[in-house]
Design a protein. Structure first.
Length: 392
């Protein structure tokens, strides 16, 4: 195992009707003028936005609103939010929605608290020295952004999707009511479950250190999400399954399942970021579409972990060679994706990419990771292109 630091400052308020405590929590963390940042019409149609603003009105907390956050959230809206906060004297951010609204709010927070262009942080040109404090009301279990140190933004010019991580952006509180996820389309629920599992798998498939307790937590989380994703396919209103998945989403990306290792691989995410940037696909679906091709490219270099995953997570029988067991585990994972109507290649995702597109994505991905990256296996641009081609 490696030495590690584990930091999770977010106060979690979990359960039914917990959104009614939003004003109390904002006051607890010093907010007096709030930007409520949200996405599309579902927050409005469901009445959630009205309940939130009513709570703030009743508590005497001033606020302004900014909607419009979309999947693969756009830098242009971040700029708009930064200007609005500065104009209105906002001192606290409230992200209402899923990962897109939360990530966008984090970027706005960086832009208000730091001079210069906020994209510099996502372009790895400099580091943030602060972030406006924010809280979260979560409506989609997926990205784990409600407890994580990361956010991902897409720059419209050049269709560049990049992530930036620092502890400054960790939310002060996260309100999590599983009932708020019950109106999601089945496809979004499945995408969310895929993203949750991938956050743990990225940390699990590593050649750099491990701990038995961390592995046990990771494997238990993966089995829990897998089992409850199948329940939600048949019974989307199942509160207990929604609750299991929602809490798993937070634990999958708050650092818990990576304690004692080298930080993880993360190349599936990096490869998917280029899909999201170029084709604007749902993040979870993009991850499912690329994972099998990545796994088959790297598994021989990380064989003990792939074997362990196959047996302990996917329930593969411990018979045959290590390589045979590992491959059956990859196949079982792809079978699971199909069972929740997730794609296992780019064509199933609806992408008919030309080879020129694949070459472009590999080039941009290599630039984005500084040339090469990976823990299960270090990948360079040539390897990235091979995985994209295999995923067709």
């Amino acid at each position: 195992m490696f030495d590690f630091q584990y930091y999770t400052p977010t106060k979690v308020v979990f359960g039914k009707n917990t959104e009614s405590r939003v004003a109390e929590l904002i006051k607890e963390f010093g907010g007096t003028k709030v930007l409520i940042h949200y996405g599309g019409g579902s927050v409005v149609r469901s009445g959630l936005l009205q309940r939130v603003t009513d709570c703030l009105d009743a508590a005497g907390i001033s606020f302004v609103t900014l909607g419009g956050a979309v999947p693969n959230p756009h830098l242009g809206l971040v700029y708009e939010g930064i200007e609005l906060c500065k104009k209105e004297g906002v001192d606290f951010l409230l992200g209402v929605g899923g990962g897109s609204a939360i990530d966008s709010a984090k970027a706005i927070g960086y832009g208000v608290a730091n001079e210069g262009d906020v994209w510099d942080f996502y372009d790895y040109k400099r580091k943030a020295t602060g972030c406006l404090p924010l809280g979260v009301i979560l409506t989609i279990a997926a990205t784990g952004s409600e407890m994580s140190d990361s956010s991902v933004i897409t720059k419209e010019e050049g269709l560049v999707k990049r992530g930036y991580s620092s502890d400054y952006c960790r939310p002060k509180f996260a309100i999590m009511n599983p009932e708020l996820t019950m109106t999601l389309p089945d496809y979004q629920t499945a995408c969310g479950c895929t993203d949750i599992m991938m956050h743990t798998m990225e940390r699990y498939f590593t050649n750099g250190g491990n701990m038995d307790i961390t592995d046990a937590l990771a494997e238990g989380l993966l089995r829990t999400v897998k089992d409850n994703a199948l329940i939600l396919c048949k019974d989307p209103k199942n509160y207990e399954a929604r609750a299991e998945v929602m809490w798993a989403g937070s634990l999958a990306h708050n650092g818990l399942t990576g304690c004692g290792n080298d930080g993880g691989d993360w190349m599936t995410h990096k490869l998917e970021h280029e899909l999201g940037g170029l084709y604007d696909v749902a993040h979870g679906a993009g991850l499912a579409a690329i994972w099998g091709s990545w796994a088959r490219y790297v598994y021989k270099d990380c064989l003990p972990r792939f074997k362990k995953f196959a047996i302990n997570v996917m329930g593969v029988e411990d018979k045959g060679t290590d390589e045979e067991i590992a491959l059956r585990g990859i196949e079982a994972m792809e079978d699971f994706y199909r069972s929740i109507n997730m794609p296992t290649n780019l064509r199933e995702l609806g992408i008919e990419a030309t080879d020129e597109d694949l070459v472009l994505m590999a080039k941009k991905c290599a630039i984005g990771v500084g040339g090469e990256m990976g823990s299960a296996k270090v990948l360079n641009e040539e390897a990235m292109l091979a995985i994209y081609r295999a995923s067709m």
